[in-house]
Design a protein around this ligand. Structure first.
Ligand code: PLP
Length: 342
């Protein structure tokens, strides 16, 4: 039976070729820094993004949390969008791990402007306020329906951060979707960010893992924090191999995911049960239903046709295209979306 899983790009499973590559990995004890495959992945990712060093971690939540902990201290503050993953979906980790405060910006589709960043920086010599330390961007913005920043936008925010001596972090869970859509190269990112978290297990299709990138000194500090969080892994090269394979083979194909997401958007714009669709820029489609369906009822109607989706709010639904959504899945979904018109 054809099951179409549009819930998230986290549901991908390794392809046979990726699995074969993983089995062949040379491994060692990575806590002793002796796993050649982990070392190779960290170096490869760092070079791609024009950074000095990398750190392989079990999840994107861990790379974000380690970076936030390393950039801040108690009584300081992180500026981020109110819908950002680091604030909404990391279990309150900023408070738990870093004991830092957050300044929440109401951005446009999860994206901040340089003006908004500047407006949220606290006056330095007033003890009523926490000390602003860090700005965190999300590219692409998940809750923003996969909206992306261009390099020009990033450069402008980075300039504000430099001027105010703030660190700039990137939650790049889907940074390759952003780069492919904007037709930009990752290397330029290194000059604008102090740390970058790159997820290998979303659209890139690796089973596990994220890489945190930064300067050598920063990554040394992060390695200590990773150990204290219990994230030091041993023969992790089998997992890192999947990451290397994904970086080599699964980046360009993201444009196929974007094309399929765009086709879903067109069908939803034609439907009589949608109120609006957030204009699709990458692989995420977020839409609002009108009175004909609640989010939950719509997800259940799709489930009857073996299509899985996420209710993203009372009237909101999210589709995500990924490595294992083929043109056959797409055709089936388009047919069902059409049949749901009454
Ligand atoms: C998925 C995701 C993460 C990291 O999630 P993990 O499941 O911990 O790997 C971070 N940021 C964004 C925007 C995400 O979508």
């Amino acid at each position: 039976m054809l099951i179409t899983d549009l819930r998230s790009d986290t549901v991908t499973k390794p392809t046979p070729a990726m699995l074969a590559y993983m089995f062949e990995a040379e491994v060692g004890d990575d806590v002793y820094e002796e796993d050649p495959t982990v070392n190779a992945l960290e170096q490869m990712a760092a070079e791609m993004f024009g950074m000095q060093a990398g750190l392989f971690c079990p999840s994107g939540t861990m790379t974000n949390q380690i970076a936030i902990k390393a950039h801040t201290e108690p009584l300081t503050e992180v500026i981020c969008d109110v819908s950002s993953h680091i604030y909404q979906y990391e279990g309150g980790g900023i408070m738990f791990n870093a004991a830092a405060s957050v300044a929440l910006v109401h951005g446009e589709r999860g994206k901040l402007t340089p003006e908004q960043v500047e407006a949220h920086i606290r006056p330095l010599h007033n003890i009523h306020y926490p000390v602003t330390k860090l700005v965190s961007l999300e590219n692409t913005a998940n809750k923003g329906g996969g909206a992306y920043y261009t390099l020009t936008e990033i450069a402008a925010i980075s300039a504000i951060c430099r001027q105010h001596e703030l660190a700039l972090h990137l939650d790049g869970a889907r940074v390759f979707n952003a780069l492919v859509a904007a037709q930009e190269q990752p290397r330029a990112y290194g000059q604008y960010f102090d740390s970058i978290s790159v997820c290998l297990s979303k659209g890139l299709g690796a089973p596990v893992g994220s890489v945190l990138l930064g300067s050598k000194a920063f990554i040394m500090k992060c390695k200590r924090i990773r150990k204290a969080m219990g994230g030091g892994m041993r023969q992790a090269g089998y997992l890192a191999a999947a990451g290397i394979y994904a970086l080599r083979h699964h980046v360009e194909r993201l444009q196929d995911d974007h094309r399929r997401a765009k086709t879903l958007e067109e069908a939803l714009l034609q439907a009589n049960y949608t109120d609006y669709v957030l204009p699709v820029q990458t692989n995420i489609v977020i839409f609002k239903l009108n009175h004909r369906f609640t989010g939950q009822a719509f997800v259940e109607a799709l489930a009857k046709h073996q299509i899985r989706a996420t209710a993203f709010g009372p009237q909101l639904v999210r589709f995500v295209t990924h490595l294992q959504v083929t043109d056959e899945h797409l055709a089936h979904t388009l047919k069902v979306l059409n049949e749901l018109n009454t």
